[in-house]
Design a protein around this ligand. Structure first.
Ligand code: NAD
Length: 500
């Protein structure tokens, strides 16, 4: 069996194109830095336009060749075999991801353990993709639809959960019969390349899954602009998503966009405050706040505002920062320097806007944290929803506490951002829970829970948080085209000057 283990010395990684491990044609490379040690731990090729084109051509020829001629039942077998291999390598892949992006081994370990389930779930659909017979108003026609695989998919990924967010695209795309070119985030090339080694072992034909590495403006843009790509599935920031959509328009390339959020976590006075405290921590400090569904705006009914603020500040001060590879650590560093600077700049903005910095807001100085890019868990109280810290995605461990009086106020404040990705509601009143679930403009609403996902439940954004859905049956259809077929059954000839 292939060994994927992370090496202690700097690794020289290669890209996967057409089943071969290759360098960029011009030999360029880029470093990947371990955010805990601050040291380069791997280097990856920097793909130019010609490398991306080679990957798209490899994906196209697999689509039109051996992969395209397989049946759904063949794809089921391959996906299930691949899921077993992933399961066997889950721990190694978790270590590689933590080393690349600094997220806790607890978090990445759980994500990697869950990955095989996604492939098994979509394997279950791979031999059940079919159209319908359509009874039309025209008696002399037999009409039916087929659902055909869309073609070549370009998957553009962020650094925060590379393999999980790749899987959300890859598992349904493969189940539907598409081929994929993945573009790893600039900061996290390693896990996706290592993961690529498992495809040949599972028995997939070369070119079904390809990986290119490099930056956004060169490598990512080359993928979006390549006319051989049928759909771009993008997860990342809003600014890049807008660019991707504009560039994809030139070739009428379809887009799925999973973008940012400023999700409200809404606490009513009747809620169970122990459960709320854990839910709020999970929403904003787990993953060091570097998650698109971070519950970064905490809306709290005014009668319990001070009490909950006191509890959260106390718990936040106790969060154990440390080496992401140490299972006892509760919060790791942020993933790279620019992200750290951005978070600290938002702390300054919050203070200048008049919010109260109740805890955190600086780089901790404990010697055991060394050169790690840490920010202490940060809570702002007295936040007004119009402030920039309440409107803009910080993507770090910064919680903004906003008071509200009534249910109507809560809905109005919650919906008053350009985003609509997730929302949490904490109440023991079942009628209110249903009213809130209906009123919130968000792709996912959790009641008395936060940050729970499943391969079976569609995920995506309302408003500025994106276009389309990943996961669930709904996502599978994004990787197919529907064809209507009309069969004339009477033998009559048609009037050429009249639409039939
Ligand atoms: P980013 O937009 O900076 O980069 C994402 C990817 O796009 C990278 O691979 C990058 O190289 C590439 N890219 C950059 N410019 C490009 C261009 N012009 N053309 C094509 N590709 C280009 O995002 P990030 O900082 O890596 O990730 C963080 C963001 O991702 C946050 O906003 C977060 O909310 C969002 N996110 C969303 C979800 C979701 O499912 N909705 C999940 C995770 C992260």
């Amino acid at each position: 069996m292939t060994t994927l283990s992370a090496q202690p010395t700097v690794e020289t990684l290669k890209m996967l194109i057409g089943g071969r491990w290759v360098d960029a044609q011009d030999g360029r490379r880029a470093d990947s830095i371990n955010p805990f040690t601050g040291k380069v731990w791997a280097t990856a090729p920097f793909a130019g336009v010609e490398d991306v084109d080679a990957a798209v051509r490899a994906a196209r020829s697999a689509f039109e060749g051996p992969w395209g001629s397989m049946t759904g039942a063949d794809r089921v077998k391959l996906l299930l075999r691949f899921a077993d291999l992933l399961e066997a390598h889950a721990e190694e892949l978790a270590v590689i991801e933590s080393t690349d992006n600094g997220k806790l081994i607890r978090e990445m370990g759980a994500q990697m353990k869950a990955l095989p389930g996604y492939y098994r779930y979509f394997a279950g659909y791979a031999d059940k993709i079919h159209g319908e017979t359509i009874p039309t108003e025209k008696p002399n026609f037999f009409t039916y639809t087929t659902r055909e695989p869309l073609g070549v998919v370009g998957a553009i990924l962020p650094w925060n959960s590379p393999l999980l967010l790749l899987t959300w695209k890859l598992a349904p795309a493969l189940a539907a019969g598409c081929t994929v070119v993945a573009k790893a985030a600039d900061q996290t090339p390693a896990s996706i390349l290592k993961f690529g080694a498992l495809f040949a072992e599972a028995g997939f034909p070369p070119g079904v899954f390809n990986v290119v590495t490099g930056d956004g403006p060169t490598t990512g843009a080359a993928l979006v602009g390549n006319p051989g790509v049928d759909r771009i599935c993008f997860t990342g920031s809003n600014a890049t998503g807008i660019q991707v959509m504009k560039n994809a328009a030139d070739n009428i390339t379809r887009v799925t966009l999973e973008l940012g959020g400023k999700s409200p976590n809404i606490v009513f006075a009747d809620a169970d405050l122990d459960a709320v405290t854990n839910g709020v921590l999970a929403g904003i400090f787990a993953a060091t706040g570097q998650t698109c569904v971070a519950g970064s705006r905490l809306l709290v009914q005014s009668e319990i505002y001070d009490q909950l603020a006191g509890r959260l500040v106390e718990r936040a001060k106790d969060i154990r920062l440390g080496d992401p590879l140490d299972p006892a650590s509760e919060m790791g560093p942020v993933a790279f320097r620019a992200q750290l600077d951005k978070i600290l700049e938002y702390v300054r903005i919050g203070q200048s806007e008049g919010a109260v910095l109740a805890t955190g807001g600086q780089r901790p100085t404990a010697p055991e944290l060394g050169n790690g890019l840490f920010v202490s868990p940060t809570i702002f109280t007295g936040v007004d929803n119009a402030m920039r810290i309440a409107q803009e995605e910080i993507f770090g461990p910064v919680l903004c506490m906003i008071p509200f009086e009534t249910e109507e106020d809560a809905v109005q404040i919650a919906n008053a951002t350009p985003f609509g990705l997730g929302a949490g509601v904490w109440t023991l009143n079942v009628q209110r829970a249903h009213r809130m679930a209906r009123a919130l403009r968000a792709g996912t609403v959790w009641v008395n829970a936060y940050r729970t996902l499943s391969w079976a439940a569609p995920f995506g954004g309302f408003k500025g948080s994106g276009i389309g859905r990943e996961l669930g049956l709904e996502s599978l259809h994004e990787f197919t085209e529907t064809k209507s077929v009309w069969i004339e059954t009477s033998g009559a000839s048609q009037d050429p000057f009249r639409m039939g």
